[in-house]
Design a protein around this ligand. Structure first.
Ligand code: PAF
Length: 281
């Protein structure tokens, strides 16, 4: 497994054998089973697999979130080696953002709601780094987890709008045994918050089941979710959304499809999760 920091090294290696297809798994490190599931999927669909590890400073809107973002490069590399990844790109901040950096990629409209509204500047940071990774690496496929549902939609929009020549592949959320969605941030939860956080998946399932049983009012679904989360004394809801999966517009009435998503603070740790409802027709 090769490990490079510089874009030039990446480009050179990427095009060594022009007939090989490459899958890229962009990450911010502190890898878990969720990331490894992306690597495995990429291995099934490409000749070679690369993983980028870069904690992208410009996508954090809270300094504290950036400062406390966990990392363990040595362990990440061990896991990727065991998984059989071909290449790991571990740029330093100065390898990506030169001193006078001033070019950003900004997707409009669909970044104005949910995570975009709650975390100003976040998606501009995400699309800028992902555009840089795609531009340097030029993968055939790039892999993202569905936990960041809005991120996936934003990146798909950017790829279409900027005519990037690659396919975005989205992969299912990987959960702990108790239902908590895997996230690098889970390590920062207090013991009590870690015990209580599986309520997030439970309320998502509750809402999905209510819809399946005939409830159509987004207001009532939201109320039921708030009531359940409210049983925790330490959870602080940032948002609960019941939206059209394509446009992310909030729904008043759920008909055939909905993306139910939420963001909840546990002390200083902010977790997101989501579930999709599709009516079987
Ligand atoms: O989902 C993430 O880990 C990050 O937002 C990404 C896509 C690697 C960009 O920094």
């Amino acid at each position: 497994m090769l490990v490079f920091e510089k874009a030039g090294e990446i480009r050179q290696h990427r095009w060594k054998n022009k007939s090989e297809t490459w899958g890229l798994v962009p990450t911010m490190g502190f890898l878990h089973e969720g990331h490894l599931s992306l690597v495995r999927r990429a291995q099934q669909e490409n000749d070679r697999v690369a993983v980028s590890i870069f904690v992208n400073p410009i996508q954090f809107n809270r300094k504290n979130d950036f400062d406390s973002y966990p990392g363990n490069l040595a362990e990440d590399l061990k896991m990727l080696q065991a998984e059989g990844a071909d290449l790991v790109w571990t740029p330093r901040v100065e390898d990506i953002y030169s001193t006078n950096f001033q070019t950003y990629v900004s997707v409009e409209q669909i970044t104005a709601v949910l995570e975009g509204a709650a975390r100003p500047g976040h998606f501009r940071g995400v699309t800028t780094i992902v555009a840089i990774l795609f531009n340097v690496f030029q993968p055939n496929h790039a892999y993202f987890g569905q936990k960041d549902a809005q991120q996936e939609a934003v990146i798909r929009r950017m790829v279409k709008d900027l005519h990037f020549n690659l396919e975005i592949v989205s992969c299912p959320i990987i959960r702990e045994k108790d239902g908590l969605a895997m996230s690098s941030r889970n390590i920062n939860l207090s013991k009590k918050a870690r015990q209580e956080a599986p309520v997030l998946y439970r309320v998502l399932q509750l809402a999905k089941n209510m819809i399946a049983d005939g409830e159509t009012s987004a207001k009532l679904l939201r109320q039921a979710m708030i009531k359940e989360i409210g049983k925790s004394k330490i959870a602080k809801i940032d948002y609960i959304s019941i939206a059209d999966p394509a446009t992310l517009d909030e729904l008043e009435t759920v008909e055939n499809e909905a993306l139910i998503s939420l963001a909840v603070y546990w002390g200083d740790v902010r977790l997101i999760d989501n579930i999709r409802f599709h009516k079987e027709i």
